[in-house]
Write a protein that binds this ligand. Sequence first.
Ligand SMILES: *Cc1c(COP(=O)(O)O)cnc(C)c1O
Length: 220
Amino acid sequence: MGIAENIRSIKNELPPQVKLVAVSKFHPVEALQEALEAGQTVFGENRPQEFEKKAVALEGRGIEWHFIGHLQTNKLKMVLPYASLVQSVDSLHLLDAINEWGRKNGKVIPVLLELHVAAEDSKQGFYEEEILDVLFRAESYGNVCFRGLMGMATNTDCEEDIRADFGRIRACFDYLRDLFPEYEDFTELSIGMSGDWRIALDYGATIVRIGTAIFGPRVY
Ligand SMILES: *Cc1c(COP(=O)(O)O)cnc(C)c1O
């Protein structure tokens, strides 16, 4: 199937309130153009340089850009001018730097806090109690808007393990929303990728991040 068809068939299955982020990393600008022509307007990238290049190349096309990768603080200027949402805030150091960049540039940066749950050591993210600490001090981040949580399930074929991971992320999300009802913008739960987005819907995903199932395999 082609890109346009893939997007249409995924959108057919997605509840209307769930946002589809087309993860276009490693794919050329032409592939994004094809997706745009099929009506896809939200794209996700995970490498700052590639993100900036594509954002500049496709400026004025009405794209909503999400950054979904590990972000080093010396690369903020490649990402923050273009990102509608930074989904992958995974450390206090990064959060502080984003807030400082926002202060200097007169902007409020919408972010998701990345929750570490997957079994792989390589997965980045905060632990539950760290996120709790951040939100208790949310007032001190005047140039960041906390929009919710992002998480990744363990990369496995075992559906039970995936459900356990998504269940933990959802439980953390519900707990935080109950604890901080005053943070009315904290509404987004970004879970689900090509292999597990249908499962993620059972756990209340509001955003799914889908690459391979739209664009095909990545050539690294
Ligand atoms: C690459 C990536 C995705 C998309 O992965 P697919 O399996 O190709 O759908 C989603 N989220 C993050 C954080 C990624 O890095």
